[in-house]
Design a protein around this ligand. Structure first.
Ligand SMILES: Cc1ncc(COP(=O)(O)O)c(C=O)c1O
Length: 393
């Protein structure tokens, strides 16, 4: 079943989603596909792949897709073209590539600084990079992160942080931390996975050095959609990526035995890109770009506020279990409640047609993706939540 969203303001043309009648409050994990995606994939397979076979790499622009999609995505990230690429790797592999390159920019400094609240893969990868490059990993809570930079910044090579806490949705300003990093000579790296497509991050204006993010969350690229890499124009000629694959070579088809990095963002490419996945991501970006990141953020915040207002009215007790900031300006696109038996509540909600996700031990996250969540759905989700919590008691 396909439902046409009924948002507060008009949706972009063609932005219908295959929701199967369910309410999707898990767009920070994986949202539903656009109803036009199958036709778009069929077009690529039938009209391009089947007809032109390997020639498609050149005649149908497949080879350029990492850049084409990257430039589109840049508009949502506050970046001018030529600074974002979707090489085709996971976020984990992309972060590895970026962190090693960032550390190589400051070979003279011993510390790799990472936020304690980071998504686990970021902690694992940072730890691995620190061991590989013989650096000291320092894990600081959000509260102590900037203080560490103030006190020990001259020892830090690279600082990695996220603008949205993956558990609570709590937001952190990018600009002041980047400015602090630069004052003390630190390379500033950001994981934008929970911000891209729902929160303005203004990468150029904030003078971010390098960033990565998932393609399958608010960007809607589909299960396992590839990650993106941002390298600021200022840094592009300096970065030396460890994943020096042939697609990052200045002249990939010369088949030279020695690596010469491409100019610009192309050096962040790795190997043969996953064309069908890139087509999925490319297709998902169109309605997001049509609406624009400021409006996407405004709509998402409005939906989040409606959720909390309805919850406060229906169950003040449950509303009191908010694990996220109450101020919408201090949240990204999702919020979290602390409830006992969170996983059982998640399952009970799914039975009622409301998709959310739980994180151990007691968090349930609700994400307000602005293209396919409606006000009416938020009201129904609050009712279902109260019933579900009551039911598992
Ligand atoms: C903030 C953040 N970073 C990184 C990842 C890992 O991404 P991947 O599984 O694509 O490597 C996730 C996955 O949910 C994430 O939430």
């Amino acid at each position: 079943m396909t439902i046409r969203p009924e948002p507060a303001v008009a949706m972009p043309s063609g932005a219908e989603f295959a929701t199967d009648g369910a309410i999707h409050l898990n767009g920070n994990s994986l949202g539903p596909p656009r109803t036009t995606l199958v036709a778009e994939l069929d077009r690529i397979v039938s009209d391009q792949w089947a007809r032109r076979q390997v020639q498609g790499w050149f005649s149908d622009g497949w080879l350029d897709l990492p850049r084409t999609v990257g430039d589109k995505l840049a508009t949502l990230l506050g970046a001018t073209p030529g600074q974002v690429v979707v090489a085709g790797e996971t976020t984990s592999a992309t972060l590895f590539n970026v962190l090693v390159a960032a550390c190589r920019l400051r070979a003279d400094r011993p510390v790799l600084l990472v936020e304690a609240e980071s998504f686990p893969t970021d902690l694992y990868i940072a730890n691995s990079v620190a061991r590989l490059l013989d650096r000291r990993l320092v894990v600081e809570s959000r509260a102590g992160f900037d203080a560490y930079l103030h006190e020990h910044g001259d020892e830090v090579a690279v600082a990695v942080a996220a603008p949205v806490d993956f558990r609570t949705g709590e937001r952190r300003e990018i600009g002041p931390t980047v400015a602090l990093c630069h004052r003390v000579g630190v390379v500033s790296v950001w994981d934008l996975s929970h911000a891209a497509g729902v929160l303005p991050v203004e990468l150029d204006a904030n003078r971010v050095d390098l960033a990565v993010g998932c393609g399958y969350k608010y960007l809607g690229g589909g299960p396992g959609a590839p990650a993106f890499t941002y390298v600021s124009a200022r840094r592009q000629s300096q970065v030396d990526f460890p994943l020096a694959g042939w697609h990052g070579h200045a002249r990939p088809f010369e088949m030279s035995p020695t690596f010469a990095p491409a100019d610009g963002i192309d050096r962040a490419r790795t190997g043969t890109p996953p064309v069908l996945s890139l087509v999925g991501l490319n297709h998902a970006l169109d309605p997001l770009i049509e609406v624009g990141i400021d409006e996407l953020h405004r709509r998402s915040a409005e939906l989040g506020e409606l959720f909390l207002d309805c919850l406060a009215e229906r169950s003040p007790e449950l509303a009191g279990r908010l694990a996220s900031p109450r101020d919408p300006d201090r949240r990204g696109g999702h919020l979290a409640l602390r409830v006992s038996q969170a996983e059982r509540v998640e399952n009970a909600l799914a039975e009622r047609g409301v998709h959310v996700d739980s994180r151990p031990p007691d968090l349930i996250r609700f994400a307000f993706a602005p293209l396919y969540v409606t006000h009416e759905q938020v009201r129904r989700a609050v009712e279902a939540l109260c019933d579900a919590v009551e039911g598992v008691r």
